[in-house]
Design a protein around this ligand. Structure first.
Ligand code: BG6
Length: 479
C-alpha cells in the first residue's frame, strides 16, 4: 500500500549563501573562503588537495561566487516564486562573514544581520518555515588564513559567539537549525569544509580528525545553547551520504564497502547522533596515531548534547572493490569508488540511483532511530531555453520523481522522514566546479559561465511539476 507523504511534511528547496547571494563585499561583509575560489579546473584541485589559501587573481580567473545569482538583491522575487511552488520550508545558510567579517570580532555586523532579518521576514510572510544552516562552506577567510581553520581550537569559541548571535536574534522565527553542512566532507574537501589545507599527505588524517573534533564540540555546544535559548528548537547534523555497495559478493569487496561506509557515512553521525566516538573510529585513529587532542569536558559535552535529527544530502551511491585493477574508477566527483555497471550517470559522472535513496534511508533509520531530513538531492544538468522562452527539463523531472518515489517507499518501510528540500531549487553556482551551466533549479537564471546574462528568472517545466507534487502531497508521483 502506498502512503501519501505526511500532512506536515516539509516540502521545499535548498540554497547556500555563497552560491547564490553574490554581493560579496556589500553590507560590511568580509571575505569568506568561498570568495577566493575561482571557477575552472584549478578549483577542484584546491578543494580536494587544499595546498594553500589562494589569493584573488581577477587577471587569471573568474569568481562566480562574487555575483552568484544576486539573491542578495533579488530575494523578494525569488522567495515569491518559491511560495508559488507551494514551499513549506526553505533551507538556506547564513554567510558567517556577513555577521562576523573576520570571524574573531566581539560584536557582530548589524548590516549583515539586517539582511537575514529581511529574508526570514519574507519567508514567514509566505508561511515558509526557515531551515537555517549555520555554516555551509563559507567561513570567514581570516579564520582560515590567520588561525589555520578548524584545526585551531579557538574556532570553537568564535563559532559559539556566532551561534549565540543567531539564536538570540532569530529565537522567535527559526525552529529548524543545521550546524555544519556535510560535516564529513572534511575527508574529501578539507579546504571548503574545515578551512584547512594539508601541508603534506602524511599530515592529512591528523588535520582532519583534529578539525572534526573541534566541529563536534562546537556543534554539541550549539545544540545546548539553542535548546536553552529557543525551547522546542530542533538542531540537526548534516551528512554527505552515498550508500556504499560492494562490487561483488567476494567477502573482500564486502569488507571494503563496509569499511568505507562506516568511515564516510557513519563516523560523523555516530558522534553527533549517538554522542560518542565509535569503536571502529577510535581504532582507525589510534592505528595511525591521529587521535585528536581533546579537553576534559569535550567527550561529556558531546555525549550530553546530541542532535535532534539527522539531515543529509543524497545524489548518488558509491561502489567499492578491494582490487580495483580491472575496473574503471568513477571520475567527475569527489566521492570516488568504481563504476557501477548497473547505473547511468549525469553529465558530470554522478551515478543515478533512486533505489539507493531508499536503501540509505532504511540504513540510517535502522541505525539511529531519529527523524531524518533529506536536505539536498537533485540533478545537475545543462538546460536549453527554447524559442518561446520555455525550458523542457524532463530529465530533471524524471530524476526527482524517481527519488521522491523511493523516499515514499521508505516512508512505507517505517522510516521517520520529516522533509525534502531539493538542492538548488533556483539555479546557482556549483560548489565543486564553480559553473553556472551545472543547473539544479526549478527556476532558470540567465547567467552563463562567460559572465554574460541578465539574471532574469524563468520557470522551467519542473517548476509546475514540483508545484503539483507539493499540492497533491506526492500522491500522483508515478502516475
Ligand atoms: C553538496 C553541497 O555537496 O552538493 C552543495 O552541500 C553543492 O553546496 C551540492 O552545491 C551539489 O554539488 P555541485 O558541486 O554540483 O554544486
Amino acid at each position: 500500500m502506498k502512503k501519501e507523504f505526511p500532512e506536515n511534511f516539509l516540502w521545499g528547496g535548498a540554497i547556500a549563501a555563497n552560491q547564490c547571494e553574490g554581493a560579496y563585499q556589500e553590507g560590511g561583509k568580509g571575505l569568506s573562503i568561498a570568495d577566493v575560489l575561482p571557477s575552472g579546473k584549478d578549483r577542484l584541485e584546491l578543494l580536494t588537495k587544499g595546498k594553500g589559501i589562494p589569493e584573488i587573481d581577477t587577471e587569471k580567473y573568474r569568481y562566480p561566487n562574487h555575483e552568484g545569482i544576486d539573491f542578495y538583491h533579488r530575494y523578494p522575487e525569488d522567495i515569491k516564486l518559491f511560495a508559488e511552488m507551494g514551499f513549506k520550508c526553505l533551507r538556506f545558510s547564513v554567510n558567517w562573514s556577513r555577521i562576523f567579517p573576520r570571524g574573531d570580532e566581539i560584536e557582530p555586523n548589524e548590516a549583515g544581520l539586517a539582511f537575514y532579518d529581511k529574508v526570514i521576514e519574507t519567508l514567514l510572510e509566505y508561511h515558509i518555515e526557515p531551515v537555517l544552516t549555520i555554516s555551509h562552506y563559507e567561513m570567514p577567510l581570516h579564520l582560515a588564513k590567520e588561525y589555520g581553520g578548524w584545526k585551531n581550537r579557538q574556532l570553537i569559541d568564535f563559532f559559539g559567539r556566532y551561534c549565540e548571535v543567531l539564536f538570540h536574534r532569530y529565537r522567535k522565527q527559526v525552529k529548524y537549525w543545521i550546524t555544519f553542512n556535510e560535516i564529513n566532507s572534511a575527508f574529501m574537501i578539507p579546504y571548503m569544509s574545515l578551512g584547512c589545507f594539508i601541508p603534506t599527505p602524511e599530515d592529512r588524517d591528523k588535520v582532519l580528525f583534529q578539525g572534526l573534533h573541534h566541529q563536534f564540540v562546537a556543534s554539541s555546544r550549539a545544540v545546548k545553547r539553542c535548546h536553552e535559548i529557543i525551547p522546542g528548537s530542533q538542531v540537526g547534523c548534516m551528512i554527505l551520504c552515498a550508500p556504499v555497495y560492494p562490487y561483488s559478493c567476494d567477502p573482500q569487496d564486502v569488507w571494503k564497502a563496509h569499511q568505507e561506509e562506516r568511515l564516510m557515512n557513519y563516523f560523523c553521525a555516530d558522534v553527533q547522533v549517538r554522542g560518542a566516538y565509535p569503536s571502529y573510529g577510535l581504532r582507525y585513529m589510534a592505528e595511525r596515531g591521529v587521535e585528536p587532542k581533546t579537553e576534559s569536558a569535550d567527550l561529556e559535552t558531546m555525549a550530553k548534547y546530541p542532535v535532534d535529527y539527522l539531515s543529509f544530502s543524497y545524489y548518488m551511491s558509491r561502489t567499492e572493490k578491494a582490487d580495483q585493477g580491472d575496473v574503471s574508477a568513477v571520475t567527475g566527483n569527489i566521492i570516488g569508488g568504481v563504476k557501477n555497471p548497473h547505473l547511468a550517470h549525469s553529465e558530470w559522472g554522478w551515478e543515478i540511483d533512486p533505489l539507493g535513496l531508499r536503501i540509505l534511508l532504511n540504513r540510517l533509520y535502522d541505525r539511529y532511530r531519529v527523524p531524518l531530513f533529506i536536505v539536498e538531492n537533485g540533478l545537475g544538468a545543462q538546460d536549453t531555453v527554447v524559442g518561446d522562452g520555455s525550458i523542457h527539463d524532463d530529465y530533471r523531472i524524471a530524476y526527482l520523481r524517481d527519488h521522491l518515489a523511493a523516499a515514499r517507499d521508505a516512508l512505507d518501510d517505517g522510516v521517520d522522514l520529516i522533509g525534502y528540500t531539493s538542492w538548488g531549487c533556483i539555479d546557482l553556482v556549483s560548489a565543486s566546479t564553480g559553473e553556472y551551466r551545472k543547473r539544479y533549479g526549478f527556476i532558470y537564471v540567465d547567467k552563463q559561465d562567460d559572465g554574460t546574462g541578465t539574471l532574469e528568472r524563468k520557470k522551467k517545466d519542473s517548476f509546475y511539476w514540483y508545484q503539483n507534487v507539493i499540492a497533491t502531497q506526492g500522491r500522483n508521483l508515478t502516475d
